[in-house]
Design a protein around this ligand. Sequence first.
Ligand code: AMP
Length: 286
Amino acid sequence: MGMVMLRTIRAQQACSERWRRRGLRLGFVPTMGALHAGHLSLVAAALRNVDRLVVSVFVNPIQFGPREDFHRYPRTLARDRALLSRAGVDVLFSPAPAAMYPPGFATRVTVEGPLVAGLCAPWRPGHFAGVTTVVARFFQVVRPHAAWFGQKDAQQVAIIRRMTQDLGTGVRILVGPIVRESDGLALSSRNRFLDRAGRMAAPALWRGLQAGRAAIRRGERSPAGVRAAMRRVLAPVSPVRVQYLDIVDAETLQPLYRLRGRVLLAIAAFVGRTRLIDNLPVRVPR
Ligand code: AMP
């Protein structure tokens, strides 16, 4: 049986309900489309673990700030559809914004507290509320048993885990590793915005993360010291402008005063006009 594309909430609800009644295990991979090998790695992992897989392609307007790139975000639905069909996905769910957010829609699902205190949150006000709202809404419609997310968006993963636990939706959250280009650049739908100079410079994020890890392995245990090692790699690279460069506890995302346990090195930087993020979990030797 081939893949079907569904565009309405009701069609997806009916489909998920039929499958559930048959006792099938449903998987879900939410995306904003412009698919690349990172997305497809989550799809492949999901396909190995469920009976039916729904992948959404939805550029979620409410997770973009007013000065962000919602309008120019890449939209390549025909290509995405072909890739997902070939991968063996059962349903491509691609609702219109007006279907997800009909006139009068006024609800936000928000996670508060320490998980939204640092990293991307202060730089993108409202972003994670937009993400949790759309994911909660998708979970209600798709009703998956398990959903796959990428480590690329580490803070998003932590926030969604918190939300599913708090709401008791019973969706298992699974995480796939970051897929990278051969020069280390983490795959992102936004990489296509990079011009030649930007594309050449962008792997500096990955090299910065590696420099941070190397510093830890050499015995550096102060976040300031690790940050300095990362900055030494990034500072000379043009057109890279670091927005933040952080070392936090990998579990709680809280700042650390002395590095121990599992930590997360995380970077956000503008490469020209394009904002990229990357991160690297590191186990600190005892
Ligand atoms: P997006 O379409 O950017 O919203 O991403 C959809 C999902 O794919 C999210 O869970 C991302 O974390 C994940 N993802 C994006 N880029 C990568 C990557 N390079 N490797 C693995 N997962 C990724």
